[in-house]
Design a protein around this ligand. Structure first.
Ligand code: F6P
Length: 376
């Protein structure tokens, strides 16, 4: 009997998802003689058994299309909003898998998706995942698909901001996505020639940033571009954040519910303030330097539109390789990139881990060596 594969896309959408679905579908239906169905809207579609057969025409014309033809959601199997409740719907998903007699479930997603997939794998499902996210923060893979496209979009934005910043002799602070990792801001900041790059991995000192901008000004450069990752924090903010996280851990260990709730509420309001931290940063830089500052938040532009050639290629390689692994009966793995190779990595090594920029990463050296200020 032919193997039957179910596939879903979960978490934030990413350019290259359709290329990966196409790669998986075409290789499965072709050389490996298997069948593929898609679940709509991530784990919610798996719970509700909302499916589409992925064959023939459905797989045509999607290689270059952004987003995901399956739709996506951030729903987690064990914390699913249903009506006005949040429920553990894992059993319903296992039910769908069993009723359809699936041989494997393919989950395309980032950190959260890998965690959910691992949980389903531990409940007895055959699972294979593909690493996708513009943030490039999935553990145990050199790169994720979507990253290259988003980095290109952010780089082009920085290029364009140069001429307007130059004309008006302004500081332009450009906020770049990346969640709690700085890959996107660092990569596009270097490629776009940002003068300052601020990332979550290096807490910044605002006075030092202001000094670097003033120094540029004194040397005749009448504008500055500051590329700031959405998760970047000043040294003061980072100290507060770490104090709150550590405090919550202690309160949990002491079973002190009152203190835990108080600190959690404080953390929540800290995180709400962080949503406007780029605006605050620009205002402070204006005060400290006396130079006019403006903000550009790139937001979802970085996730939209057609994937780059590199992402189409990577997504196709990962999708087709997933089909091969399933054909061979290798489950419980993420299809990862290691140098020139595509390799299976046990989900246990991926789930719950995140890949941030290590302090000795060569991109950091390159940035410093061209005179970019990293806020430290
Ligand atoms: O993970 C991709 C990403 O775009 C992050 O860079 C960003 O922090 C987050 O998703 C935004 O999530 P949402 O689409 O739920 O607003």
């Amino acid at each position: 009997m032919k193997k039957l594969i179910g596939v879903l896309t979960a978490g934030g959408d990413t350019p290259g998802l359709n290329a990966a679905i196409r790669g998986l579908g075409k290789a499965s239906g072709g050389v490996f003689d298997m069948e593929v169905i898609g679940f709509y809207d991530g784990f919610r579609g798996l719970m509700q058994n909302r499916t589409v057969r992925l064959e023939g025409q459905r797989l045509s014309g999607i290689l270059t299309v952004g987003g995901t033809i399956l739709g996506t959601s951030r729903d987690k199997p064990n914390k699913m909003p249903v009506g006005n409740k949040v429920m553990d719907m894992t059993d319903a998903m296992i039910g769908t898998y069993e009723n359809l007699h699936l041989d494997c479930l393919v989950c395309m997603g980032g950190g959260g998706t890998n965690k959910s997939a691992f949980m389903l794998h531990n409940r007895g499902l055959n699972v294979v995942t593909l690493p996708k996210t513009i943030d490039n923060d999935v553990a145990k893979t050199d790169i994720t698909f979507g990253f290259d496209t988003a980095m290109g979009i952010a780089t082009e934005a920085i290029d364009r901001l140069h001429s307007t910043a130059d004309s008006h002799h302004r500081i332009i602070v450009v906020e770049i996505m990346g969640h709690r990792a700085g890959w996107l801001a660092l990569g596009s900041g270097i490629a776009g020639g940002a003068d300052v790059i601020l990332i979550p991995e290096i807490p910044y000192n605002i006075e030092k940033v202001a000094q670097a901008i003033l120094q540029r000004s004194r040397s005749g450069k009448r504008f500055s571009i500051v590329a700031v990752s959405e998760g970047a924090m000043s040294d003061v903010e980072m100290a507060k954040y770490e104090r709150l996280i550590a405090g919550i851990q202690v309160a949990k260990a002491d079973d002190n519910k009152e203190e835990k709730n108080r600190l959690k509420a404080e953390l929540e309001s800290f995180e709400v303030n962080q949503q406007t931290s780029t605006i605050y940063l620009a205002n402070r830089l204006q005060e400290l330097t006396g130079l006019e500052s403006r903000v550009t938040i790139l937001g979802y532009l970085q996730r939209g539109g057609a994937p780059s050639a590199a992402d189409r290629l990577l997504a196709t390689r990962l999708g087709t390789h997933a089909a091969k692994l399933i054909y061979e009966g290798q489950y419980g793995v993420m299809v990862a990139v290691r140098g020139e190779k595509i390799v299976p990595v046990p989900l246990a090594e991926v789930a719950g881990n995140r890949k941030i920029i290590p302090a000795d990463h060569p991109w950091l050296d390159s940035a410093r060596n061209v005179g970019t200020n990293l806020g430290d």
